[in-house]
Write a protein that binds this ligand. Structure first.
Ligand SMILES: [Zn+2]
Ligand SMILES: [Zn+2]
Length: 548
């Protein structure tokens, strides 16, 4: 079935699997392609700058990634979850004369929203999307972490800085997708390794430097074996505490990734009858990315433990979701955002609700429409009436409009996955964009920083720096400086969010490109954009035979 995407105007087709899944869920077939829909969903997931605001309820000072000016009242997370306010107090009557989305947005703009996402943390104020963590700073999306600074998407990671997509690791610096490791820096896709730098796809390695695809080695440099003494001498000569020396080593590492390393066509593990990338333990999942322990899902990004979801992005532990964003512990939701509910449509931030339609910020409610309580029969009748009005206006079946997103697109997760999106495009969808003029901001240029970490004294923590790429101001925190000194790492020159984006771009590739397998030469589809210049890409079978 072919359609023209309402947003990008490109033709796209609805597969038979999508059609039958949409019937099972009871969700309308999308009028926009899965890419445009994922982009719209992720626009509701902020990746904003950390800033100070005040609770609109108590005036308490808060740290948030929300925009400077919000369209709705912001309460502290604790206040939001408390009984001091009630969502039904904001209820409105449905008005047939007005588009439903306009009414829903008016309601959304009256209902309080929380300043932060996450629970059970100690001393993690400058964080977002943080769960059961301790002493973390300027970090986002993590669980069970401790002493984590300037990091993104970590689980069980301790005492690390600039760490992106880390699991069960400690003392890591500027690493991407490293698992069960200790003392790694500047490494990618490495497992079970210790005290090493610039590793790519290594496993069970110790004291290795600038190596790729190694298994169970020690004292290797550029995949050449040295004795322990030789290795130690050579490592000293690399001068790792020097910024200029490390910049040259980073260039060499890029060269290794392009010309030496063998790359597996995707990062799938135990993905049966499935298509996509970064799939772990999934069955019958199509066009999915970063999904684990899921089955029968189509067009899903960032999914965990999901079943039979269609176009559900950032949804966890859920079943039968259609066209939803950020919903967890949910069952049969449609067109919902940041909710944890069942049998409902068009919810924003509703917890433990059932049979609700077009509600915002409700908790444990049933048969509500626009935050107003109805009897079961009335609810069903009014819901049908609204759906038929929405169909007449061409609203029904669409996700919440960009105008209901929480902030600027260029400070959302969507911008990480779709960085080529333009301001004009987003404004044409009634979305938001923030142009920051930081030219007035005062601070020291990072060019003036000492080259070697040994030349840096503690006074540096009082100094503000200006990122050469964005003009944004940043500081070096005292515990950050201690980490750099202890681990012989030069001071960073760029703002922490820029450092994170530089790493995360390697794991936000949603489209495959055609290659020939490095070993058997057969045609394969691999998740590396051609412009990365990776030469050696292996098919699943050849990678397993040669490198597993
Ligand atoms: Zn499209
Ligand atoms: Zn092959």
């Amino acid at each position: 079935m072919d359609r023209k995407c309402e947003q990008c105007k490109k033709d796209f087709s609805i597969t038979e699997i999508e059609r039958s899944l949409s019937e099972k869920i009871g969700v309308e077939l999308s009028t926009v392609c899965s890419d445009c829909l994922a982009r719209q969903h992720l626009a509701f997931w902020l990746f904003g700058k950390f800033r100070k605001i005040k609770s609109d309820l108590s005036g308490e000072g808060l740290i948030t990634v929300l925009p400077e000016k919000n369209r709705y009242p912001i309460y502290s997370l604790k206040e939001w979850h408390s009984d001091v306010w009630e969502g039904l107090d904001y209820g409105i009557d449905y008005d047939r004369e007005e588009p439903f989305f306009d009414q829903l947005q008016k309601l959304q703009e009256k209902v309080p929203h929380p300043h932060q996402n996450g629970i059970n943390n100690t001393n993690c104020d400058y964080c977002d999307d943080v769960w059961s963590s301790k002493n973390c700073y300027l970090s986002r999306s993590m669980e069970d972490c401790e002493d984590l600074i300037c990091s993104y998407r970590n689980i069980k990671v301790k005492n690390s800085i600039d760490n992106v997509i880390g699991f069960s690791s400690e003392k890591c610096y500027s690493c991407l997708n490293c698992i069960n490791s200790y003392g790694l820096s500047y490494s990618q896709h490495t497992k079970d390794s210790i005290d090493s730098h610039f590793l790519f796809d290594c496993r069970n390695c110790q004291n290795c430097f600038m190596c790729w695809n190694l298994r169970g080695k020690s004292f290797c440099i550029e995949n050449v074996q040295y004795t322990k003494e030789e290795y130690k001498d050579k490592i000293k000569s690399f001068n790792l505490g020097s910024y200029s020396a490390v910049e040259l080593l980073k260039e060499r590492f890029e060269d290794v990734l392009k010309n030496n390393a063998i790359h597996k066509l995707n990062f799938n593990i135990k993905a049966y009858n499935s298509t996509g990338d970064n799939l772990l333990n999934v069955n019958n999942c199509y066009n999915c990315n970063t999904c684990s322990d899921s089955e029968d899902c189509v067009n899903c990004l960032r999914a965990i433990k999901d079943k039979s979801n269609l176009n559900a992005n950032g949804c966890w532990h859920s079943e039968l979701l259609g066209n939803c964003q950020g919903c967890v512990n949910s069952y049969n939701l449609k067109y919902c955002n940041w909710s944890s509910s069942r049998f409902s449509e068009y919810l924003d931030l509703c917890l433990e609700c059932e049979y609700c339609f077009g509600c915002v910020g409700l908790k444990k409610k049933k048969y509500c429409i626009l935050n107003k309580q109805y009897e079961k029969d009335e609810y069903e009748k009014l819901k049908e009436k609204i759906i038929s009005d929405m169909k007449e206006r061409g609203e029904y079946g669409k996700f919440l409009p960009y105008s209901m997103s929480p902030g600027p697109f260029n400070f959302s997760t969507a911008y990480l996955y779709y960085p080529n999106t333009t301001k004009e495009e987003i404004l044409s969808f009634d979305g938001y964009w923030e142009d920051i003029d930081e030219s007035h901001i005062e601070g020291m240029s990072t060019n003036e920083l000492p080259d070697n970490i040994f030349e840096v004294n503690d006074e540096i923590c009082k100094q503000a720096f200006i990122c050469p790429e964005t003009g944004w101001r940043f500081n070096i925190a005292p515990n950050e400086l201690i980490f750099y000194k202890q681990n012989n790492i030069p001071l960073p020159r760029k703002h922490f969010d820029v450092r994170i984006k530089d790493l995360v771009k390697y794991s936000t590739v949603l489209k495959s490109s055609p290659y020939n397998c490095y070993y058997c030469k057969k045609e394969i589809e691999a998740y590396y954009p051609k412009e990365w210049g990776y030469k050696n890409i292996a098919c699943e079978e050849c990678y397993m035979r040669n490198l597993n």
